[in-house]
Write a protein that binds this ligand. Structure first.
Ligand code: ADP
Length: 158
């Protein structure tokens, strides 16, 4: 099967069917907030059936942004990335649901909006890699790290 940008084998498809409930960290970046896309993005995830278990708006500090993107600290665009994400309000939220980490990424599209399929968030609303509207965790392990970085335990519904 072709599933978004990934080839999905029958075995993988069976694993998706059996997939357990997960949590993913999502952030509408300053360009997404400025374009008035908070509601549209939340609507897509809610209509899909994922549950919002935490939600807040904040202007991230430089420290938070650097920790969030620490895997990219040697990349040439790191400075630009941190200054962009701290340039205005971000809407950070946590989604819960079966297979939500991979599914949320499929709904986002790929890193470069010009290569993202129409119907995906980046495919529908962006052109520039550096202004690609939204962040979504790329694995269950990253989701756990990012949720702990952005939210206190008591801010999450149990
Ligand atoms: P994704 O957000 O799709 O998981 P990455 O984790 O690879 O992508 O990169 C993090 C963010 O850094 C991207 O969403 C994008 O905004 C930015 N970025 C990635 N590559 C570049 C690049 N070559 N130039 C500028 N910004 C980039």
């Amino acid at each position: 099967y072709i599933c978004g940008d990934a080839k999905v084998t029958k075995t993988h498809s069976y694993k998706l069917y059996k997939m357990s409930v997960e949590r993913s960290f999502i952030a509408v970046k300053p360009d997404g907030v400025a374009k008035g896309l908070i509601g549209e993005i939340l609507k897509r995830y809610e209509q899909k059936g994922f549950r919002v278990v935490a939600l807040k708006q904040l202007v991230p500090t430089k420290e938070l942004a650097e920790k969030h993107y620490e895997e990219h600290k040697e990349r040439p665009f790191f400075g630009e990335l941190v200054s962009f994400i701290t340039s205005g309000p971000v809407v950070a939220f946590v989604l819960e649901g079966k297979g939500v980490v991979a599914a949320a990424r499929l709904m986002i599209g790929v890193t470069n909006p010009l290569l993202s399929n129409p119907g995906t968030i980046r495919g529908d609303y962006a052109i520039e890699v550096s202004k690609n509207i939204i962040h979504g965790s790329d694995s269950v392990a990253s989701a756990e790290r990012e949720i702990a970085l952005w939210f206190k335990t008591e801010e999450l519904l149990q």
